[in-house]
Write a new protein. Structure first.
Length: 640
């Protein structure tokens, strides 16, 4: 069956792949919300100018964006998609070039984020030039077809997440920016946060992000339909430009290409470095990413530093004042809101959602409840739960509750049994033995599956799969369970995670990790010390025990010199002239060093390069680097 946009069932063939429990859950969801409310659809289509066609590819010919990939997201909700999520996915599927108000345009659907173009006296002021050079170049070329071939007169980065700055070299080259002295505006601390976010734990975060964003899922009613913030992340070439001016004050006014901007610093909530701004003469307020048409993450399921819900709510309270004169809000994801009263409602209900989940989590924490108990108890009041922009299409109330608990008390719930638990595989084997063996556990799981008790099936079969990763029957039933949980999930990130787990259970982990070569343009701006910190965190401590090696690292082009040494199985570094007692001195260029750090070139492969020279013991140099683990980023998540 299908669920119509209004929530009423219409006949369809589900091919036996959607259980009665999932169908009922989705029908109940459809009946509980006003899914036929057309205001958001009118807003998402308002100001439409043109829609792109075809594909965006990289230099190797790989498809990065297919503009037709999500055309299936239209009409009634299929049985395989939560109807509330389907509604949101349809709204995000309104892609193209849009006029927000006079002199302000947005490009949506070229990447997960929006690129905003503001007409100045001499050209386009580009706000948040997407994730990748390829998508940003395609977006601005498309805009110029319809708006005229205007130059870029300024760039504004609203915050330090890569989907808001990574494509900047696709709209303006670093040489052009320097030659024309193009203003590049960013919040205080932007460069440090932008270049360091994914260095230390980038491999693990990239692997987990494939779950969150459904990177390898088919774009279909049984796969990826949305990310919550937009249709999909573009995995292309990421670059950056250093800001020419940072917003350091709580409120700071600038004139940019003849337009008056009032910037507001909002660090430490959605991003460590972030700003919003008002265009007073245009009565337009840009909410960066502290506002979106969805509840946001306090802790992304891909992993990140936990965020402060109370701080976030306070910024939204300030946003009500900052937007007091605005007649249009536009964000860096999703679609705008027009009309002052509607903007005020949009902001205040998001403000109260974060504050409510914060306050009620803290209340139940103090009553002694644990994170999972709190997550099962808290429900938003109807005034918030029925407001679509406060629903969990990207973030999720249950996950955010656990994040708030972690923010204050940590992941440990206070129960001493959880101070030193067995490793998951060891625990799983003992639990399955206690359950009477694999066959009995599988039979119990099947009985629970038949009753639609999917959370229990997932918990039980997770133990069984961890205890015996070769048990194909258990893996297949767990895959079917995750399918049902994915089909019913309102959160796009939860759906993508469940369905990506299905793929791993049936086909195994990916054979290759994400190639970090696409980060080279951005990493060139990253301080060398950040790479050395990441190198230290990759030292194999057991293998390094009693290995007292010292290496001089000299970057010939950037005139940097470091001494690296292993002591007590810890890799230390300091900026200093070459040590005379070093085992070896490695002299190379910064670009070659970056290739080594991103695992696109190894020492053994480059010893004969003209960009590299070794003085001292080559054997000791190879011994030193052999102690540095190079994680491929293909680790299993649900099939240990």
């Amino acid at each position: 069956m299908l669920l119509a946009a209004c929530g009423k069932p219409v006949p369809a063939d589900s091919n036996g792949e959607v259980s009665a429990t999932t169908i009922k859950a989705n029908a109940d969801m459809a009946a509980s919300l006003a899914l036929d409310d057309q205001q958001d659809f009118e807003d998402a289509k308002r100001g439409w100018i043109a829609r792109p066609t075809g594909k965006i590819t990289n230099t190797a010919g790989d498809v990065l964006v297919d503009f037709d990939a999500f055309r299936f997201v239209d009409g009634p909700a299929p049985a395989t998609v939560n109807p509330s999520l389907w509604r949101h996915a349809r709204l995000n599927a309104q892609i193209g070039l849009f006029k927000v108000t006079d002199g302000i345009y947005q490009l949506r659907g070229f990447d997960i984020a929006n690129m905003t173009l503001i007409e100045g006296k001499t050209g386009f002021i580009v706000v948040d030039p997407l994730t990748a050079k390829e998508s940003a170049a395609a977006a601005i070329a498309f805009a110029r077809e319809h708006l005229g071939n205007k130059p870029v007169s300024a760039v504004i980065f609203t915050h330090s997440h890569a989907d808001h700055f990574g494509g900047v070299l696709g709209v303006v080259s670093s040489e052009d920016a320097l030659a024309r002295k193009i203003p590049v505006i960013a919040p205080d601390g932007f460069m440090e946060e932008a270049t360091s976010e994914n260095i230390l734990v980038g491999t693990a975060m990239a692997r987990r992000s494939a779950y969150q964003f459904g990177k390898d899922l088919a774009r279909s009613v049984k796969g990826n339909v949305d990310t919550g913030l937009g249709k999909g992340v573009v995995y292309g070439s990421i670059g950056i430009l250093a800001p020419t001016q940072q917003i350091t004050q709580a409120s700071q006014e600038l004139s940019i290409d003849g337009l008056r901007f009032v910037f507001y610093n909002v660090p430490g909530a959605e991003a460590p470095a972030e700003l919003t701004f008002l265009l007073p003469e245009k009565k337009a307020y840009a909410g960066a990413e502290i506002l979106a048409q969805t509840m946001h993450n306090l802790l992304p399921i891909r992993g990140a530093k936990v965020r402060d819900a109370q701080h976030w709510s306070a910024y939204l309270d300030q946003a009500l004042e900052h937007s007091a004169s605005a007649e249009v809000y536009f964000g860096q994801h999703n679609w705008p809101v027009w009309g002052h009263a509607r903007i005020a409602e949009f902001i205040s209900k998001q403000r109260d959602s974060y504050q409510y989940m914060h306050d009620q989590t803290v209340r139940l924490m103090n009553a002694g409840l644990t994170p999972y108990e709190i997550a099962d108890q808290i429900k938003l009041p109807k005034t918030l739960a029925n407001f679509f922009a406060a629903r969990g299409y990207y973030g999720d109330l249950r996950h955010n509750v656990k994040a708030i608990y972690q923010f204050y008390l940590g992941a440990y719930d206070g129960n001493p049994a959880h101070l030193n638990p067995l490793a998951p595989q060891d625990s799983a084997k003992r639990i399955i033995e206690l359950a009477g063996g694999a066959d009995k556990a599988l039979a119990n799981a099947q009985a629970a599956y038949d009753k639609g008790d999917y959370r229990w099936v997932a918990e039980l079969l997770n133990h069984l799969v961890f205890a015996d990763s070769g048990n194909q029957a258990a893996k297949e039933l767990l895959a079917k369970t995750y399918e049902q949980m994915g089909y019913a999930a309102e959160s796009a990130t939860w759906r993508n995670s469940y369905l990506t787990a299905v793929d791993e259970l049936r086909n195994g982990p990916p054979k290759k990790g994400i190639n970090r070569a696409f980060l080279i343009d951005m990493l060139a701006q990253t301080p060398t010390e950040k790479f050395l910190e990441a190198m230290a965190a990759s030292l194999n401590g057991e293998s390094a025990e009693n290995k007292n090696l010292k290496i001089n690292l000299v970057l010939s082009d950037s005139k940097e010199s470091y001494v690296l040494w292993i002591e007590n199985a810890v890799l230390h570094h300091k900026r200093a002239v070459a040590a005379k007692d070093a085992n070896a001195t490695l002299t190379l260029t910064k670009p070659l060093f970056l290739k080594m750090m991103t695992n696109t070139a190894g020492v053994k492969d480059t010893l004969l390069s003209e960009d590299l020279r070794v003085d001292g013991s080559r054997i000791d140099l190879v011994r030193f680097f052999s102690l540095i683990d190079k994680a491929p980023g293909t680790f299993a998540i649900v099939t240990k």
